[in-house]
Every structure is written in C-alpha cells, then in structure tokens.
Write a protein that binds this ligand. Structure first.
Ligand SMILES: Cc1cc2nc3c(=O)[nH]c(=O)nc-3n(C[C@H](O)[C@H](O)[C@H](O)COP(=O)(O)O)c2cc1C
Length: 191
C-alpha cells in the first residue's frame, strides 16, 4: 500500500534535492492552512470608500492583478466581514498598495472598526474612493463581479485610473509577519 505521508508512491527526479522537500501533513485545519498559505508572500492594500461622510475600509493581502484589457484586479473578502457589505455598494473604491514601513497603517486598517482611519492620513476623490497617503500605488476601481468562494467572495474590480511610484518599496506580508525587500540586485524577467 502506498503511504503518501512518507512520500511513497511519489515519483522523484532530483534525489539530491530531497532534503529540501516540504514536510507532509494530512491536516487541513485552519491553522495548518494559514501556515501553508502564509508561505506565499504578498503585499497589502488598503481598500476604502466614503460611506455617509466617513471613510470606511480595511487591509487586504489577497489582492491580485487579473487582466490588462480591460484592467481588472481581484480581492477576496471574508463572508463574515462587516466592512465589505458597506464597501460593495459604493460607486467607486480606492485601492492603495501599502509601502515599506506602513505596518502601523495596516494594523490600524485591520483593527477596531470605529477608528480605523483616525491615525491614517488619507484623501478621497470626488467619487468617494479613499486613498492612503504614503502608499506606493493607488487605483480607483469599480466593482464588476462577485463570485462566492467558500468562506470568502472573490471581488473583481475594474481599474479606472491609477497613480504610481514603481521605484518605491512595498510592505511585504509573509508567514503572518511584515517584512521588507532587501536591497540586493534583482534579475529582470522578460516582459
Ligand atoms: C495583513 C492582513 C491582511 C488581510 N487580508 C484580508 C483579506 O485578504 N481579506 C479579508 O477579508 N480580510 C483580510 N484581512 C482582515 C481585515 O483587514 C479585517 O481585519 C477583517 O475583515 C475584519 O474586519 P471587518 O469585519 O471590518 O471586515 C487582513 C488583515 C491583515 C492584518
């Protein structure tokens, strides 16, 4: 009988690289999944909009670029979120890619709902999209579709306009920690 826990029945090409295999587990509980998903590094964005004169928003690491034509991005929102139902009906949403050192901004935007923007410098455009100062890219977006996905919903957003500072370093989220890029040489990827 094949024992997948010990890696039996799995074809191996690189015997030299065996010591670099990740540890097997049969667990799929929330903690294990969080740890495994957390191996994939991401940035963090702030998503925000004006709701009745107040800025409303939250920190989100599930941001992904989706399409160039039309320009689409996606975020995944937990179904239990109290903020997403307030954001999803707004005409426009602001997405701000947080920059290196904006750990506190991220914590504030994931924290207690009443005073999320109290210590966060922000501005809103005429359509009510809320942007965070100090972020390295802003997108103004319109919600185009929402797909249920387990305990989250995938929200597809179309970019209307953007502001960018491509040379600035982002805030990195990895393994439940905030990190920064090192300043070492980076090799280019062909376009
Ligand atoms: C680094 C980081 C990344 C997060 N990413 C997401 C995310 O992708 N989707 C999501 O629904 N919540 C995410 N959250 C949680 C929200 O920011 C927020 O805390 C949560 O939705 C609860 O607040 P709410 O009920 O107002 O939505 C993240 C929090 C942190 C600190």
């Amino acid at each position: 009988m094949v024992n997948r826990e010990r890696g039996e029945g799995v074809r191996r090409g690189d015997v030299q690289g065996l010591e670099r295999r990740p540890e097997p587990t049969t667990a799929l509980d929330e903690q294990t999944l969080r740890e495994a998903f957390g191996c994939f590094p991401s940035g963090v964005i702030a998503i925000g909009g004006m709701d009745g004169g107040d800025p409303v928003g939250m920190a989100v690491s599930s941001f992904t670029s989706v399409s160039l034509a039309p320009p689409l991005v996606s975020v995944c929102m937990r179904t239990s979120s109290r903020t997403w139902p307030r954001l999803r009906g707004l005409p426009q949403l602001g997405l701000s890619v947080l920059g290196e050192g904006q750990d506190t901004v991220c914590r504030a935007l994931a924290g207690s709902e009443e005073d999320r923007f109290a210590g966060v410098p922000w501005e809103a455009n005429e359509q009510g999209a809320v942007f965070v100062h100090g972020a390295i890219t802003w997108f103004d977006c319109t919600l185009r579709a929402e797909v249920p996905a387990g305990d989250h919903a995938i929200a597809l957003l179309e970019v209307g306009r953007l502001w960018r500072a491509p040379a600035a370093d982002p805030l990195i989220f990895h393994g439940s920690r905030f990190r920064r890029l090192d300043s070492g040489e980076r090799s280019a990827v062909p376009a």
